[in-house]
Write a protein that binds this ligand. Structure first.
Ligand SMILES: Cc1ncc(C[n+]2csc(CCOP(=O)(O)OP(=O)(O)O)c2C)c(N)n1
Length: 282
C-alpha cells in the first residue's frame, strides 16, 4: 500500500527528531561517527515507524522482527532512534560513550534494549543476519531480519560469503539495505575499491537487488514491500544516500566520517536540519 500524505509527514517529523537527538548525542559524547549516522536515518525511521513488528516495552519478544545494524559505528544515530521509539529514556543518552555508560560507541545488545546484535567490527552483521533468518525458518516463525550495511563495509569478504549462503538457503525472510553514501572512512568508495557494477554483483550472488533514493520514504517503502512479496530469494536494497544528510557543512564531506562539534556548530547543525524540513528560524 502506498504511503499516505499523513504517513509521509509523520515519518519526516520522526526523522527530524532523530537527526536532532543524534546531534545532541554527538555533543554529549564529545565525538562520534556522525556522517554515517545521518545517512542511515531515513532507512531506520521507515523500518521502526512503518514496517517492523516490534514491542518496545517487550524488547525480547520472541516473534519480533530483527534488525542488525551491521555498520555498527552508526550507533550514535541508532541509540537516539531507539530512545525516541520508546525503548529507554533519552536522558540516558547524556552518558553516551562515557565510562560506565550502557552505550559504547558501538551498541551492545546485552546493555541496550532494542539492539538485536552487537556490531562494530565491519563485515559481521550479514553473516549474523543469515543465521537469524535461517533460525526463524527452522523454528517455523514468521519474523523477518533486516540488515543495514555500509557501502564501504561491502569491501569485506565476509559480506559476500554471507550473501552466497543467504541465496543458497533462499532466505526470502532476509532483507539487506545498503546505505550507499559513496564515502567510507577516508575517501570515496569507488576510488578506494570500486563496488560497481554493484547491482549486478548482488544479482550474480542470487539476490533480488533493488535501488532507491534512501532519503525518499515513498521509494524506500516500495522497495521494502517488494522484498516482502518475494518468496524465493533474499533482497538487497541499495539505498542511495548522502553522508551527513541534513547538516550542510557535513554533507558529502569525507572529513565528517567521525568528528565532534561545539555549541556553535551544534546550533548551526540543528538549524540546517530544520531548514531541510522547511522550518526556518524566526
Ligand atoms: C573490520 C573493521 N575494519 C575497520 C573498521 C574501522 N571503520 C569504522 S567505520 C569504517 C568505514 C566504513 O565505511 P562505510 O561502511 O561506508 O560506513 P559509512 O560511510 O556509512 O559510515 C571503518 C573502516 C571497523 N569498524 N571494522
Amino acid at each position: 500500500m502506498p504511503l499516505t500524505e499523513k504517513e509521509i509527514a509523520d515519518l519526516k517529523e520522526k526523522a527530524r527528531q532523530v537527526r536532532h537527538l543524534t546531534v545532541k548525542t554527538l555533543v554529549w559524547s564529545g565525538g562520534g561517527h556522525i556522517g554515517g549516522a545521518l545517512s542511515q536515518t531515513d532507512i531506520l525511521v521507515i523500518l521502526y515507524w512503518h514496517f517492523l513488528k516490534i514491542d518496545p516495552k517487550n524488547p525480547d519478544w520472541e516473534e519480533r522482527d530483527r534488525v542488525v545494524l551491521s555498520k555498527g559505528h552508526g550507533g550514535i544515530g541508532y541509540a537516539p532512534l531507539l530512545a525516541l521509539r520508546g525503548y529507554f529514556d533519552q536522558e540516558l543518552l547524556k552518558t553516551f560513550n562515557q565510562t560506565n555508560s550502557p552505550f559504547g560507541m558501538h551498541l551492545d545488545r546485552l546493555k541496550v534494549p532494542g539492539v538485536d546484535a552487537s556490531t562494530g567490527s565491519l563485515g559481521h552483521g550479514l553473516p549474523m543476519s543469515v543465521g537469524l533468518a535461517l533460525g526463524a525458518r527452522l523454528k517455523g516463525q514468521s519474523w523477518r531480519t533486516y540488515c543495514i550495511l555500509g557501502d564501504g563495509e561491502c569491501h569485506e569478504g565476509s559480506v559476500w560469503e554471507a550473501a552466497m549462503a543467504a541465496s543458497h538457503y533462499k532466505l526470502s525472510n532476509l532483507t539487506a539495505i545498503v546505505d550507499r553514501n559513496k564515502l567510507c572512512i577516508d575517501g570515496r568508495v569507488e576510488e578506494i575499491m570500486a563496488l560497481e557494477p554493484f547491482v549486478d554483483k548482488w544479482v550474480s550472488f542470487g539476490w533480488q537487488a533493488l535501488e532507491c533514493d534512501g532519503h525518499d520514504f515513498v521509494q524506500l517503502a516500495e522497495a521494502i514491500e517488494k522484498a516482502h512479496q518475494t518468496t524465493d530469494r533474499p533482497t538487497v536494497i541499495i539505498a542511495h544516500t548522502v553522508k551527513g544528510k541534513g547538516i550542510d557543512y557535513m554533507e558529502d564531506q569525507p572529513g565528517w566520517h567521525y568528528g565532534g562539534i561545539d555549541s556553535g556548530k551544534e546550533k548551526l547543525a540543528l538549524e540546517s536540519i530544520d531548514r531541510m524540513y522547511g522550518i526556518t528560524q524566526a
